[in-house]
Design a protein around this ligand. Structure first.
Ligand code: PLP
Length: 457
């Protein structure tokens, strides 16, 4: 077996890591952690450290680690048929079964699912389909997409543009033309502290209406949003937000893309965020929870309305020129079938709802009154603690102080993984759905201790 020192050296010499400080990593100034195993809610590294993963990887291992039901299904699929493509009507038992399982769970007005590999390519597919759709309908000008500041939709050229976080734009020449960003539905961070929640929603609507009027509704194809802002800070929408936004979109015939890469398949304690907030999307993006990350797989679910137009377009234009070699990969599909079945059999969505509510309630009780905690919020199995310099005046820390990063480091050294969200001093939690109440208590107690360690009692 290779020693840790050798792996560390090879890692720094050869491995170009995503979302990493490249120079510090290459110089050996940042930690490299070699993960070697995992079970349920815990991961283990090669130094024998076992920690509670309060973020389920990248909020994706929803079923928990080490599930034999899923790994056996993958092994069986790999030995029977490790690959065949899905072009020109080809399928496998796994991909066809998974499509049925997804559509049985999706909101009733949705029609079909196109399988990709990850959340970014699924959103890329959605935008291409949307442009195709509007061309078929004879509206070639209707192509712009409205996203929100603090939204996260991936890091490709189009999806990185849709993402509303500066880290993903700076020095990459993004966003591309045709992508617009409107107000982040983040009540805690509203500019005008005098605004009530209802007034803030009215402000979001007003801003959107102004943007549509300025650009022209006939130039805007879609609005994309996560039911709950994820990477932008784990922020549930203010009361009434989605109903008000959807009314504007309907009025102007602007499609809604619900990016459910995080919320799909139970993270909010409901099957989809669209069910949770009564959304009627034209497209739903799915990824992470589809396979609980046991294998890469994503999907673009299209509505009946969209499907009918695409079908009509096929009769006029022939084969649709859009596909990935690994679309509907049988190993991913087998993982998806076993994962969705397991989630249902163990009622893991019910557990996400119950233990998630407990986690949020206990977190609020434990740290909500701390002088440097500005907000504790969450929904289902999502929870966030936002740290502030001055609670009364809601003053934020200088990002250079890296307060969130320090708290997360203290938390990790006590044996719990939380995530320092990229914009703001926000500690995020999105544990596997199988989290127990005792594990929720551990996350809460250790978060409190870490905040006290960095910021005082
Ligand atoms: N959309 C949302 C809401 C996400 O949270 C993510 C990833 O975190 C993506 C899209 C991109 O998915 P991927 O990283 O699989 O490309």
């Amino acid at each position: 077996m290779l020693t840790n020192d050798v792996l560390d050296q090879w890692d720094r010499e050869n491995f170009f890591h995503p979302s990493t400080h490249l120079a510090q990593h290459a110089r050996g100034e940042s930690a490299s952690r070699i993960i070697s195993g995992a079970k349920d809610c815990h991961i283990e590294d090669r130094n024998g450290n076992r920690v509670l993963d309060g973020f389920a990887g990248l909020y994706c291992v929803n079923a928990g680690y080490g599930r034999r039901e899923i790994t056996d299904a993958i092994a069986k699929q790999a030995s029977e048929l490790s690959y065949y493509h899905a072009y020109a009507g080809h399928g496998t038992e796994a991909s066809i079964t998974l499509a049925k399982m997804v559509m049985d769970r999706a909101p009733a007005h949705m029609s079909k699912v196109y399988f990709g590999l990850g959340g970014s390519d699924a959103n890329e597919t959605n935008i291409k389909l949307l442009w195709y759709y509007n061309n078929i309908l004879g509206r070639p000008e209707k192509k712009k997409v409205i996203s929100r500041w603090r939204g996260y939709h991936g890091s490709g050229l189009m999806t990185g543009s849709l993402t509303g976080l500066s880290l993903f734009h700076a020095k990459f020449d993004l966003p591309l033309d045709g992508v617009l960003h409107t107000v982040a539905p983040d009540f805690f961070r509203r500019e005008n502290l005098e605004q009530s929640e209802a007034e803030f929603v009215a402000y979001c609507v007003e801003h959107l209406e102004e943007m549509i009027a300025l650009e022209g509704a006939d130039t805007i194809a879609a609005f994309i949003g996560e039911p709950v802002l994820g990477t932008g800070g784990i922020v549930p929408p203010p009361e009434g937000y989605w109903a008000a936004i959807q009314a504007v979109l309907q009025k102007h015939d602007i499609a809604l893309i619900a990016d459910e890469v995080v919320t799909g398949f139970g993270r909010l304690g409901s099957m989809f965020g669209s069910d949770h907030y009564d959304l009627k999307p034209d497209f739903i993006t799915i990824a992470k929870g589809l396979t609980s990350a046991y294998a890469p797989l994503s999907g673009s679910i299209v509505s009946d309305k969209v499907w009918k137009v695409l079908e009509q377009g096929a009769d006029e234009n022939g084969v649709m020129g859009h596909g990935w070699t690994y679309a509907a990969h049988p190993i991913g599909a087998a993982a998806g079938v076993a994962n969705l079945q397991l989630i249902e059999d163990l009622d893991l969505i019910g557990n996400a709802r119950d233990v998630g509510a407990y986690l949020n309630q206990q977190m609020r009780a434990a740290v909500g009154d701390h002088p440097h905690v500005g907000d504790v919020r969450g929904e289902g199995m999502l929870c966030a603690v936002e740290l502030v310099k001055d609670r009364e005046g809601r003053k934020f820390y200088d990002p250079a102080d890296k307060i969130g990063v320090q708290v997360v480091a203290a938390l990790l050294s006590s044996g719990v993984i939380g995530r320092a969200m990229p914009q703001g001093d926000i500690i995020g939690f999105a544990p596997p759905f199988c989290l127990t109440r005792a594990e929720a208590d551990e996350i809460v107690e250790k978060t409190k201790a870490a905040i006290h360690q960095v910021l005082g009692a």
